[in-house]
Design a protein around this ligand. Structure first.
Ligand code: HEM
Ligand code: HEM
Length: 135
């Protein structure tokens, strides 16, 4: 799951950067928060989560990890698409942003619980494996 998240994150990266260029070229700076969240909640946060899951496979294989994966990947696009419409002046999109944002926030809560429960320096984690292979 770690590699999958890193791949998804890199797609957010390219979308976020091109969104930034689109904003700069067209001077539509009202969309800055869409750009900021695609980059920070899409690229940065998902890539970090991907690395956490790669280093701590116990967290990746847990039910919390799987639910986090799906909620984050469903909630964020809903929030971003809703926000584009909202910032374009369509007030009716506000509940869409609220639903997407809430799903993403819930995903983050589950990720945190997962990290607190399943990330440890136990000997059975892959860190030990990495240490031995790098010697
Ligand atoms: C070529 C790449 C990028 C371009 C052309 C670009 C362009 C922009 C532009 C035009 C703004 C709006 C500034 C304003 O409203 O005054 C902005 C804001 C922002 N960008 Fe980017 N950006 C790029 C990459 C990134 C990346 C990689 C990240 C994060 C990982 C990022 C994070 C942000 C954030 C957080 C804001 C909001 C800042 C604020 O509210 O003051 N940007 N960017
Ligand atoms: C579900 C999670 C999140 C929700 C619902 C949320 C919501 C918001 C809202 C409502 C704003 C104000 C936007 C505006 O003034 O136009 C904002 C701004 C901002 N948020 Fe978030 N946020 C979330 C997660 C995050 C995370 C995880 C980060 C960083 C890693 C972040 C970074 C920022 C930044 C840099 C700004 C200022 C960007 C700007 O100029 O619009 N947010 N966020």
């Amino acid at each position: 799951m770690g590699a999958k998240l890193i791949k998804i994150a890199s797609v957010y990266f390219v979308v976020g950067v091109f969104f930034g260029m689109f904003m700069s070229i067209t001077h539509q700076f009202q969309f800055a928060s869409v750009h900021a969240h695609i980059n920070l909640v899409g690229w940065v946060s998902l890539a970090l989560a991907g690395f956490v899951y790669h280093v701590f496979p116990k967290a990746a294989s847990s039910l919390l990890g799987k639910i986090h994966f799906w909620l984050h990947n469903i909630g964020l696009p809903i929030m971003m698409i809703g926000l584009i419409f909202l910032l374009s002046g369509m007030q009716a999109a506000e509940p869409v942003v609220a639903v997407g944002g809430s799903l993403t926030a819930l995903a983050v809560v589950l990720f945190t619980i997962n990290v607190l429960k399943n990330v440890s320096e136990a000997k059975d984690q892959s860190i030990t494996h990495n240490k031995t292979t790098s010697l």
